[in-house]
Design a protein around this ligand. Sequence first.
Ligand code: ADP
Ligand code: MG
Length: 870
Amino acid sequence: MAQNTPMMKQYLEIKAQHQDAFLFFRLGDFYEMFFDDAVKAAQELEITLTGRGQGEDRIPMCGVPYHSAEQYMTRLIEKGYKIALCEQVEDPKHAKGVVKREVVKLLTPGTMMNGNIIKEKENNYLVALTVFEDDCYGLARTDLTTGECAVTLIIDDIEEVIQDIASSGAKELVVSSSIKEPLIKQIEKKCSVTLSYEEESELVKEYEHLVADLQSEKLITSFSRLLQYLIRTQKRSLGHLQQVTFYQNDSFMKMDTHTKRNLELTESLRDKKKAGSLLSIVDQTVTAMGGRLVKNWIERPLINKKTIEERLVLVTAFLDSYFEREELRDELRQVYDVERLAGRIAYGSVNARELVQLKRSLQKVPLLKSFIEKIAPQYVERWFKNEDQIEQLIDLLEQSLVDDPPISVTDGGMIRPGYHEELDSYRDASLNGKKWIAELEQREKLETGVKSLKVGFNKVFGYYIEVTRANLHLLPEGRYERKQTLSNAERFITPELKEKEALILNAEEKMESLEYDLFVIVREEAKQYLEHIQTLAHAISEIDVLAGFATVSEKRHYVRPLFSDDRKIEIVDGRHPVVETVIEKGQYVANDVHMHTGREMLLITGPNMAGKSTYMRQLALLAVMAQIGCYVPATVAKLPIFDQVFTRIGAADDLASGQSTFMVEMLETRYALTKATEKSLILLDEIGRGTSTYDGMALAQAIIEYIHDTVRAKTLFSTHYHELTQLDETLVDLKNVHVSAVEENGSVVFLHKVVDGQADRSYGIYVAELAELPTEVTKRAEELLTEFEQSTPTAVTISSSVTEDVKPQQLSLFFEEHEPTATVKESTVHTTIAKQEEKVIKKLIKKDVLNMTPIEALQFINELQRSLKE
Ligand code: ADP
Ligand code: MG
């Protein structure tokens, strides 16, 4: 029975320990999978499902050849699966009974070192979450390819925990199995991570030095869980892990995932690609390391003025030295990803060719330094502090490795002549032998007179002398030994030839194995320099990002932002950094933003497609750019430093995401309203669209009032409810602005210019005309519009008085119950209903409900209902 063979027993035992992973079980030249693993893998990898055993005992099986297994494994990992790699750990020839097998490595999405999952310009983070008893959450993360490690603590804010995980882009999350189910559900809903479990969170002595900078036990525990998981899954050196740094989300501008998505910071909304994002504009880096850093900076703009200014000073310095900067960037282009090479050195997976790439990159250091000496002399110390060690490493690599070694580390050809005496002697032996053979060919040609005689080599017969059939008669009898007959030639050997051959092959074999040993020694020695390589990698990535900022700032005529201490915003001729690049050159209409006391909130009206959303996002993007230390697209830009940015888009605009839109819109808005401070920036783009007009307008107004009176954040609010523009009469810090449009020959032309005051009409009908709706429709619409406009007063006056004594929550509750009455004459209907409702609401609010008897209450309800029916 297939299931009961000793091998299957072994399989099941091992599989029991790796339930959550595909077990790749090595059988000869194949990795086999059985049972459910086989069924699932066959499906995911589109390979044939076979079986083992007969009849009822037949078990599903499928396999991949070991030499091409990597591509299959990568595919599974990319789909978020894990793999336990089980090898034969003894030579089958010497095995008694079943060959011993062990899982030698666990492959998981968060611990991959190569393959498609590793993007050149992105980090591949693995995150561990530890929940402490007092509602404190410890988050530790690492990128195994670079060795970067960081931890933070978040107190009692699950939303922030989720955002932290999501914004790291982590593909795998390590938790303890005791973690509460609802929390995991919530995380899984919002972040697409593979879950892994690790119960241990004791600090491993060997790695104590990594946590030396950490102040709290909780931080250490959080990191230790991550470390334990790495140790358990990787089963090899983790020598490249860097000192764990403590980060605090409070030291960065906070943006939740919605905001980042809406602002298209690192990917576009439409196709989730980098093109069309802010990143695609400001990332002018030329190294992979710089590419990763600039992405991290955009995800986390700074809030410390001093640090921001430090970056800006450097951008200015790079801007001021055009030639040095461009030459420097040319040099940087030739620098390999030394940060990840360091990771591969630690892992022992680096090959000789990569070490030579490392050497070439390191050799650039003196030149890079000389440029920085010219551009920003005060930074030379900080960026180039370990030259001596770098020098030593270059020497080591230069002396030991040839200039152009092969990728394979087992076929020789890597070690430089003169590096090792014994190796040189084998090399000489092999060379001499080959020389002797070459001479032999010449000699034999002369002596036999067979001009076409040649000496060749193949793996089966070794060296031979080949003579074509036509020339065979020229050979003296017995000169050579016959070895092989081909259709038109004979191959021969001589004892002497075989003697030399043995010498050559022996020397080559020794050479290859000695070369490998020497290479491993070099690789091990290189490990001592990991820290220095990493320090250099940091410097290079910073230089690369900042020089890139200078490049884009110059090319696109950005200006250095100034930071105001009085909360004022003064932007002259601001442009949307992305939109200005996608529309025709010179067509972008620059716009000012002025916000200060008296105009802390701007209510933006204007026709559809006028540029409201663009204007709003433009401000947020300028703030982000300024706070990552980049120049900004404007001629003057004075901004406060924002602690948080919130962007909310009315549900109707977000239909594509297919969520229950209005509820989501409200939930998101609640989050913004509760978290924002007066140092925040809020963009609300057509909030309230997702429900009926009356409802939506009331909500919009209540939200505006709440921000105006309570939150006091700088706010841009765009709306198509023109009625709301009257709010500037009652709210002292709110001003109307609108995006202008003009009519030309009966059609509308958008000027994209934002000016003070409200838009006079919504131009919807003109847009309809532009879209060539049948004239009957647009004509009729115009008639109706005139009719509606004559019916006064508008709903907003009513709801405005309602909200005098109603809190926004109460208001939204009330309106949620309200049945939307969508008819053609909507606004007239609303107006009359609204009058009754207003009275009812006023009465209701005044009533001291808690001091009423049930009978009184009933009577009161009856009375209200009657007045509504009037
Ligand atoms: P709205 O939100 O008012 O409907 P959008 O902000 O979505 O309008 O802008 C519509 C389109 O108008 C954009 O896709 C862009 O091509 C163009 N646009 C917006 N602002 C400008 C501007 N300042 N200059 C030139 N074109 C603009
Ligand atoms: Mg819009």
